[in-house]
Design a protein around this ligand. Sequence first.
Ligand code: E4P
Length: 217
Amino acid sequence: MKFFVDTADVAAIAELNDLGMVDGVTTNPSLILKSGRNILEVTKEICDLVSGPVSAEVVALQADEMIAEGRKLAAIAPNIAVKVPLTWDGLKACKVLSGEGFMVNVTLCFSANQALLAAKAGATFISPFVGRLDDINFDGLDLIADIRTIYDNYDFDTQILAASIRTVNHISDCAKIGADVITAPPAVIKSLASHVLTDKGMDQFMKDWAKTGQKIL
Ligand code: E4P
């Protein structure tokens, strides 16, 4: 399963990238706002740093404008995936932009039927939002499983990019279900390394080591 980092914070991406943990990056208008950066400048910096797909989201509501914005974003670097919303106009833009050879990430997916439409429109990635479904007492992971079944039934190439990931359990559950990619904030990816028994074990080893009076270096 590929790991995308869900942020426009270049320093946070660089830290994870140095460890080989970054297969791609996703951004959205809220993350651009949080970064305080210009979308074109920060997206270019991220693309220079990361070789995998970097999702940059259009903000127009009409297909024609989305297509124009998508072409401009795609011109930033060859590894841009143009992100379009799962609306009727977004699907039209997906069809045109994917037909022109650009990677397209269809975002804000909340149902299996929406995912089916995105695949038929040629999406490279579909982004079902796990956490936001959980927030309204639906099971976001059920959606990932349903999409996996449907895409496998018909051999769709569209990759399932599980988004709105909030917990480490979301990540292991998505891996078990067979999501192709997860995108998660840097803090969630880093917390995959944490375990209370690891901390407890380290504490004991350090105490015992101090008692030996030895040094390795
Ligand atoms: C990524 O593509 C999505 O925009 C993001 O994962 C949404 O996450 P959120 O629901 O935590 O804002």
